[in-house]
Each structure stands twice: as structure tokens, then as C-alpha cells.
Design a protein around this ligand. Structure first.
Ligand code: NCD
Ligand code: ZN
Length: 386
């Protein structure tokens, strides 16, 4: 058996669901699942209930994460149509501003051009009042007087809208979960022109296509939807333009997805989009490395170095992941640690079993159990470090 040692991974796109949806996940269950997947830092999205759209709500999340998280956590803020600038005083304590310009789960969609424009203008103006954007390379603790990027859920025609605002206001823009040929080709062209844009792709958009949805139904439904095989091919062709692999870990229960056998036939609740993923990213990517589709360096660049640089995340000293890269194992719902208890990759044969995770010198996962105490994870970008 060959065991390799990797740095702790960063998953720059997870939904830990607390507060509001703790039947799906919470700061403890989600960060335990992260450690089991070799992930030692997660960036949590603001579409909780209530959403992370005011300083008070950010502070509530900080307190919850400080009490429960077992890996390090950065928190995004979001804007609501009702009170569009309310997030602003909390901006420096977030890892970035998340804007949803397309349809998805939660109440944070902003689709009006005037409001999207205002969010870019305001974020840029705030950065100008402060010390600008987060430094490219940073040592902990991070400065409280800089801002992270705007991360945008933009699909199809909304991609050029956001690219144009990124160019106009010179705001670092990160396009989350790119899924189509049209989108990645446009982002590549924008990068070639020198725009401050980066992007990410999820394992489900790299390893699954709409054929899975057509065969398997709502279990494979998320936003953006699984795309055509040619779109999947385009992501692989343009890998050099993809800065980050992140999971968009978006757990919902199977009944909520309309997938439970005991669901009443007349259920009038629309099935929820989103799939879990924080535990399965590393084995899926290492299996691609084993198959010669990816170099190990490509993986580390996109799961460690680039997310650290783009979001200016602090180094984690004495932190590593030990992975058995030889033994084949089968991903399954039963082995899933995320509270939702299922995975869209059930039945898939993979290599890359996480045997041990050490965070700041402590063994926090031994291959079977999470050993870290709730609250031992750090919450990033807070002025008073723990
Ligand atoms: C996400 C969720 O459930 O929070 N769902 C999804 O399909 N990806 C929201 C999102 O990231 O768009
Ligand atoms: Zn998401």
C-alpha cells in the first residue's frame, strides 16, 4: 500500500447550513465530513436562514462556528434585495461577498442589473476607503482592513455582465461552479485580456454529465445543472483556466430532493437543487490522477495553493493529510458522514482513502473517527484570533 502525504485541502465553496437548516448539516457535522475528506479549511456560503447579510448575522455564525467547527472556516457575506447594503460593515470579516444572479436554493438572488451594478460599485468603493484588496500572499493573521473578492453564481448571459462589472470597477471576481463551454471560453478570453477574474469547477461538473440526471433523476439535480458531455469536455480542455476545484457541498435530505420512497405522491414541494461533496472531492480527483487525466500538481494547485492565494487564507502549520492511493474503495451513501447521508457518487470505484489528518500538530481524523474537539477549528478573518 502506498501512502502519500498532502497538505490539508481547502474547499472554497461549501454550504454548512447553519443557522436554519441544521437537519441537513451544521458546523460540526459539515466540518467532520470535511476532515474525513482531507479538507482542513472550508469557506461557507451565506444562503442560510436567516442569510448572512448583516454584521449581527455574521457574528452569530462566527459564534456557532467557534463553538462547533473542527476545521478552519471562512464565512461569506451576502446581500438581500430588501436591505442591499446591510452586509457592508461586516465586509472585512468575511472571506468575500457572494452574489447569486441566477436561480438557486435560498433567498439571496439579485437579478436586477441596477442592484448588481450597485454591489460591485459599493464593494470597490469600500476597498478604496480601506487598504484595498487582500494581499496575494499572506501570513496569519490576515489584516482586518482589506477585502476579499466578489464570488458570483453567474450562468450563461450573466457571465459577461459580471465580467464587464469586474473590468469597470477593477474588482477581483471569482466565478463559482463554471459548467458550460460558453462560460469557460469567455472566462479564458477575459483572463487573456488581463481582467482580475478567477473561476472554479466542481467535481460533479467534471465527472458527471446530464446523462446521470436523465438516468437517475433528482439525486443529480443542482445549480448549475449537470451539463452536456461537450460542456464537460470543455472544462477538461480548459483546465489551465480553472483556478480552483471546490465542491459546492450543498446537502439536502433525500425526501427534500423528492427521492425518498415513502414520499407522498402528491407532495407539492418542489425538489431542492444541490448535492453534497466535501468528502468525495479528494478520492475523485486522485482517481483522475491515477487514470492519467490530471497531474498531482494540478490537484494541489487548485485545492490548496490557488484558493489560499485568491482568498488570502492563512497557512496552517504542521498540517497534513495521509492518503492511501492504491486501495480501491467504493463510495456509498452508508459511508457518507454529511448529515444528509447520501452521495451522488454512490457506487463509484475510487482510489485515495484518507487515512489520517493532522491539523496544527494534532491528529484530528484517524481514518475512522474524527478526534478533534468541537470548536477546535478557527474562524478566519476575525480581528481577535482565538
Ligand atoms: C446550493 C444550495 O443548495 O445551497 N444549491 C445548488 O444547487 N448548488 C446553492 C448554490 O450554490 O447555488
Ligand atoms: Zn453553492
Amino acid at each position: 500500500m502506498a501512502t502519500i502525504r498532502l497538505p490539508g485541502l481547502i474547499d472554497a465553496h461549501v454550504h454548512l447550513r447553519e443557522p436554519g437548516y441544521t437537519h441537513k448539516e451544521d458546523f460540526h457535522s459539515g466540518t467532520c465530513a470535511a476532515l474525513a475528506g482531507g479538507v482542513t479549511t472550508v469557506l461557507d456560503m451565506p444562503n442560510t436562514e436567516p442569510p448572512t447579510s448583516t454584521p449581527r448575522r455574521l457574528q452569530e455564525k462566527v459564534d456557532l462556528a467557534r463553538a462547533k467547527a473542527v476545521c478552519d472556516v471562512g464565512l461569506f457575506v451576502g446581500a438581500t434585495v430588501a436591505d442591499i447594503d446591510a452586509y457592508l460593515p461586516a465586509a472585512t470579516r468575511s472571506c468575500g461577498l457572494k452574489i447569486y444572479v441566477n436561480e438557486t436554493f435560498g433567498s439571496l438572488r439579485i437579478e436586477e442589473l441596477g442592484l448588481i451594478h450597485r454591489l460591485f460599485r459599493t464593494w470597490a468603493a469600500r476597498a478604496a476607503e480601506l487598504d484595498g484588496w487582500r494581499p496575494a500572499a499572506t501570513a496569519a493573521p490576515t489584516t482586518a482592513t482589506t477585502l476579499g473578492p466578489i464570488a458570483v453564481h453567474a450562468e450563461e448571459l450573466m457571465v459577461p455582465v459580471c465580467l464587464s462589472l469586474c473590468q469597470l470597477y477593477d474588482v477581483p471576481l471569482h466565478v463559482v461552479h463554471v459548467s458550460r463551454r460558453s462560460e469557460i471560453e469567455l472566462i479564458r478570453a477575459a483572463k487573456e485580456k488581463g481582467l482580475p477574474v478567477t473561476c472554479e469547477a466542481t467535481p460533479h461538473h467534471l465527472f458527471l454529465s446530464e446523462e446521470s440526471f436523465n438516468r437517475g433523476g433528482n439525486r443529480f439535480d443542482m445549480r448549475p445543472r449537470l451539463a452536456a458531455p461537450d460542456d464537460v469536455e470543455a472544462l477538461w480542455e480548459n483546465l489551465d483556466a480553472i483556478d480552483i476545484f471546490a465542491t459546492d457541498h450543498a446537502p439536502h435530505t433525500l425526501p427534500e430532493k423528492g427521492m425518498a420512497e415513502d414520499l407522498p405522491a402528491s407532495s407539492d414541494r418542489p425538489p431542492l437543487p444541490g448535492v453534497p461533496g466535501v468528502e468525495t472531492m479528494l478520492p475523485l480527483l486522485l482517481t483522475a490522477v491515477d487514470a492519467g487525466r490530471l497531474e498531482l500538481d494540478d490537484l494541489l494547485l487548485r485545492c490548496v495553493e490557488n484558493p489560499r492565494r485568491i482568498y488570502a487564507l492563512p497557512e496552517q502549520p504542521q498540517t497534513w493529510v495521509e492518503v492511501d492511493v492504491d486501495t480501491v474503495h467504493v463510495l456509498s451513501d452508508e459511508l457518507t458522514r454529511a448529515r444528509c447521508g447520501w452521495t451522488p457518487f454512490a457506487g463509484r470505484h475510487v482510489k485515495g482513502r484518507v487515512e489520517k489528518v493532522v491539523l496544527r500538530g494534532q491528529t484530528v481524523f484517524d481514518g475512522e473517527q474524527v478526534l478533534a474537539a468541537p470548536g477546535s477549528g478557527r474562524v478566519l478573518f476575525q480581528e481577535s484570533e482565538q
